[in-house]
Design a protein around this ligand. Structure first.
Ligand SMILES: *Cc1c(COP(=O)(O)O)cnc(C)c1O
Length: 403
């Protein structure tokens, strides 16, 4: 999206505001499906938690995607957006059997990631086929908070427990129709992913009734110029070859599934904020914006570096700034960042603000969560209103303390 359009959106809808470019989402989706167009059956299940606005889900639906969900509420959002239950996979971690039963009764594909629930579910519902989430113990990703396949991870059933899985399957007579892994976000190395895939293929041989193999996600997207990103095209070629070979060996045309979040929506998003104060101290120049980690937690939470552009003065002389928020706690978006000269009132655009940004926003400091705008067919559409004071107060109950 160009600077002028973003600036106009900030004027029209106020700041802070999230903006998503539907064209970018579509092109990322097409990149992924093209990379795997030599596999007969491919399913892209968009990971709802990355960005869960219903209008974004509807866009995914129009592209032919399915959904990957991690809570019953995400399942309901998917149904609300028009997905049929069979297009939704439910991959929770550590949720109750009751919640899994609700999802199963809605007709979504269940993915189970621990032996206890597998045994209970299989005993109660031997006729509902389930997918199992395997932990291949492959260390992937640069950040331990988002790397979920390592040995200490709480996710998935260890590959070393396959004999126990098989025993449960035999005892309950349940059907395993899919196997799954998701080793974490920010996988830098295709070979690591392929190595984990081999483990999944080995595992798959133990199960006779598979319909699909789900390779999860974790594709890395670039955050700034020169950043490494997963080479989807090369990855597509290599995994396609191995997948097709495996299907021959297995004796059945399986579906290859992915569940990308970040890859589809990260680069499509912009977070627009206004500079309230430019504050010169003895050591730095702070640009203080009308937002904080309540709206965009990733820099403080994961140390992620979102590129920041001063779209009010894009051609201005670059200076060094520390960009900080208004939360009464350390609340830093960027340190010593080169940004075109900032004047109070300027609009700063944060890039890569599509994934895990709005969806992680909170009301901390009793602030309103921002509005969201979808830029679609060259038009801005408001897809979520900015909150108001009513939203802050609506579930609170004032009691009479004199009683
Ligand atoms: C979060 C998550 C994803 C999406 O990961 P990205 O890195 O955003 O692509 C996929 N599958 C599962 C099970 C997840 O928990």
């Amino acid at each position: 999206m160009n600077t002028k359009t973003l600036l106009q959106i900030a004027k029209d809808y106020g700041s802070p505001v999230y903006v998503y470019d539907s064209e970018k989402i579509v092109s990322q989706y097409n990149r992924l499906t093209t990379a795997f167009n030599k596999v007969k059956q491919v399913k892209i299940n968009y990971a709802v938690k990355a960005l869960s606005n219903v209008s974004v889900l509807k866009l995914m639906h129009s592209l032919g995607a399915g959904l990957d969900t991690v809570s019953i509420q995400e399942v309901k959002l998917g149904l609300t957006a028009g997905f049929s239950a069979d297009k939704i996979i439910y991959t929770p971690n550590g949720v109750s059997l009751e919640e899994i039963e609700i999802a199963a009764n809605l007709g979504v594909q269940i993915n189970i990631d621990n032996l206890s629930i597998l045994e209970q579910f299989g005993t109660k519902y031997p006729n509902i086929p389930v997918c199992i989430r395997i932990n291949p113990h492959v260390m992937a990703g640069g950040n331990t908070n988002i790397s979920v396949g390592h040995i200490d991870s709480k996710f998935g059933i260890s590959i070393h427990q396959i004999p126990h899985i098989l025993r449960i399957v035999e005892n309950t007579q349940m059907t395993i129709n899919g196997i799954h892994m998701h080793t974490g976000s920010d996988i830098l190395d295709i070979d690591v992913f392929l190595y984990a895939s081999e483990i999944l293929f080995e595992t798959a041989k133990h199960f006779k009734d598979l319909e699909f193999i789900d390779f999860g996600s974790g594709f890395k997207v670039p955050y700034k110029e020169g950043d490494i990103e997963t080479n989807i095209e090369e990855f597509g070629k290599k995994l396609t070859k191995r997948f097709n070979e495996f299907c021959k060996e297995y004796g059945k045309e399986l579906t290859l599934a992915f569940e990308p979040g970040k890859f589809l929506v990260s680069e499509a998003g912009y977070f627009l904020t206004k500079v309230n104060v430019v504050k010169q101290t003895t050591s730095t120049v702070f640009a203080q914006i009308d937002s904080g980690f309540n709206h965009l937690i990733r820099p403080m939470f994961y140390g992620s570096q979102h590129e920041i552009e001063n779209i009010s003065n894009p051609k201005g002389r670059e200076r060094f700034y520390s960009v900080v928020g208004y939360i009464c706690e350390t609340d830093t978006f960027a340190n010593n960042r080169r940004i075109a000269e900032i004047t109070e009132g300027d609009i700063l655009a944060f890039k890569n603000a599509g994934a895990y940004c709005f969806s992680m926003a909170s009301n901390y400091n009793s602030r309103y969560r921002p509005a969201e705008v979808l830029w679609h067919n060259n038009q801005a559409h408001l897809i979520r209103k900015r909150e108001t004071f009513d939203d802050i107060i609506k579930n609170q109950i004032e009691i009479d303390l004199t009683k």
